[in-house]
Design a protein around this ligand. Structure first.
Ligand SMILES: [Zn+2]
Length: 286
């Protein structure tokens, strides 16, 4: 279970993880970055430690293995040329049968970098004739056009409790509300006694190449974030609306999305909230 940041493994596929664990599968959360945002020095260290504790608490609630934390920095995954190789090694070492990862259409550049890296890792395993896992893309910051819906009603309260473990992140933004709404909406096409579902795009290892050829045009072009930002620029006369600037910072545009000290931002409901670039640790979408 790959998470670019500490919390994605729960928001994106915590229900699936809990169901797998209940079924007797061994579930390994691998959190790739430190989640330290743009912080530096001791402040970064304390935020990183706190976020890791939160992931550890959430894993205990979900019933997975304790998370392992990768060596990479927040918002730097796209620069890591060895990420795919490292993931293929990890997958082989764990003999993973299924790998969960955020999708190619996610807003956050680390999420998209993870998606690309896992596809490259699986393709290289297939190419080398080694055991390769099924890929299951989950949704966090951008809804998918899924090919699987997983009923997570039996573990809905478990997922809620695990999401609540991320107090530092929920203080910035009510991700739990967003994810609960998304999981509720995913029951739209399901029987009425299902309370929540997680949506996935599931791609078998041997199907990755053909899947990429059919989804490739969108995936290889500008990311959804850039497309959306371009539309916003047109709408507001050459620059994105201030309260959207963070949410639509795209790949390769780290400085554009970087919070400025002392700025205040509007929430979706129009209420001002303090700039989150300080001790709270992260002003980016998860
Ligand atoms: Zn994230």
């Amino acid at each position: 279970m790959l998470a670019p940041h500490p919390d994605d493994e729960v928001f994106g596929c915590g229900g699936c993880a809990s169901l797998y664990a209940r079924a007797g599968a061994v579930v390994h959360p691998y959190v790739l970055t430190d989640g330290g945002g743009y912080l530096t020095g001791p402040q970064r260290e304390s935020v990183v430690a706190l976020r890791r504790e939160e992931s550890q608490r959430a894993a205990a609630i979900l019933g997975t293995q304790a998370p392992v934390f990768g060596p990479w920095q927040d918002r730097r995954l796209g620069e890591q040329t060895t990420l795919a190789h490292e993931l293929s090694q990890k997958i082989s070492n764990l003999q993973a049968e299924v790998v969960f990862a955020p999708s190619l259409w996610e807003v956050h550049p680390d999420h998209r970098a993870t998606a690309w890296a896992v596809l490259q890792a699986v393709q290289s395993l297939v190419h080398d004739g080694r055991p390769a896992p099924t890929v299951a893309f989950y949704e966090v910051g951008a809804p998918l056009r899924p090919n699987h819906l997983v009923d997570i009603s039996p573990v809905l309260e478990v997922k809620r409790a695990a999401m609540a473990a991320f107090a530092s992140q929920l203080a910035q933004q009510r991700y739990d509300i967003h994810i609960t709404a998304l999981n509720t909406f995913r029951t739209y096409a399901l029987p009425p006694d299902i309370d929540a579902a997680e949506a996935l795009i599931v791609v078998p290892a041997v199907g990755v190449a053909s899947w990429l050829s059919s989804y490739g045009d969108l995936a290889r072009g500008p990311g959804l974030a850039e497309v959306t930002e371009a539309a916003l620029r047109r709408r507001v006369g050459g620059r994105p609306a201030a309260n959207h600037r963070h949410a639509f910072a795209g790949k390769g545009s780290a400085s554009r999305g970087r919070p400025r000290a002392g700025r205040r931002h509007l929430t979706a409901r129009g209420r001002a909230r303090p700039d989150a670039s300080g001790a709270r640790g992260r002003a980016e979408p998860c």
